[in-house]
Design a protein around this ligand. Structure first.
Ligand code: GLN
Length: 230
């Protein structure tokens, strides 16, 4: 299973979010602490950022392990944004290994990352999916249904595919939405902003775990966590 993380708050360097925390995504790419399935997240990575003055987010993705990318490590300290969605990937068996299958996926202002797996046969075929990867087809479906309705969409997909795991993070630059459905999310609020992540990136006691089958909504005003009915 993959690991992912979203940030909403003051401008912050991508290095401080992804590379520098003791147990951040870099470490999680080779030594996750809470991962239930899979040992490594070495099948690529991606970062999406909302930059001031740009209507749509920018992305940097790769099919390589994050720890091998010296160019990214060199640039990440000077790459800053107030909204960032990043992911490291452990490819599901049978899914393509290339960069187009690495999250985050995008549509307009939205970025989306999926931690999990879902049978593509329960999803409508979508020619606008960025990849044939299950996560990309799911992303296209969530975008088509309306990202704000992600909770309804997850419930509907799960009814068709009870074995699917559907942990999601989405952002449009002004808010972060997350869904726990088979894999966890935790969040941390501090003076600079709010981070939501597959697992805590340090041992700060303020991290809060989101229960399974819940929706987390993050805005500049705070965090709301609500239960999803099955
Ligand atoms: N199914 C997705 C993929 O193959 C995500 C996998 C995961 O969460 N590890 O990329």
């Amino acid at each position: 299973m993959c690991r992912h993380q979203a940030w909403l708050g003051r401008d912050r360097s991508v290095a401080s979010l992804v590379l520098e925390p003791e147990y951040g995504l870099l470490r999680q790419s080779y030594q996750p602490r809470r991962q239930q399935r899979g040992l490594l997240n070495a099948d690529g990575w991606g970062v999406g950022l909302h930059m001031p003055g740009r209507p749509e987010p920018v992305r940097w993705r790769s099919a390589r392990p994050l720890w091998t990318d010296a160019s990214f490590a060199s640039v990440a300290p000077v790459l800053s944004a107030g909204c960032v969605l990043a992911a490291v990937r452990s490819a599901t068996v049978g899914m393509p290994p290339d960069e187009t299958a690495a999250a985050p996926f995008t549509d307009g202002r939205w970025l989306l990352s999926h931690n999990g797996r879902v049978g593509r046969d329960v999803l409508p075929a979508r020619h606008d999916a960025e990849s044939v990867c299950d996560s990309a087809v799911l992303a296209a479906h969530v975008f088509a249904q309306g990202p704000e309705r992600v909770a309804d969409t997850v419930r509907a997909v799960a009814r068709q595919a009870p074995d699917a795991t559907l942990n999601l993070l989405l952002t449009d630059g002004s808010r972060v939405l997350g869904v726990t459905w088979g894999d966890p999310l935790s969040y941390l609020v501090d003076d600079a902003g709010i981070v939501v992540a597959s697992e805590p990136y340090d041992d700060d006691p303020r991290w809060v775990d989101v229960p399974d089958h819940h929706l987390i909504e993050v805005t500049p005003d705070g965090v709301a966590v609500t239960a999803l009915e099955d």
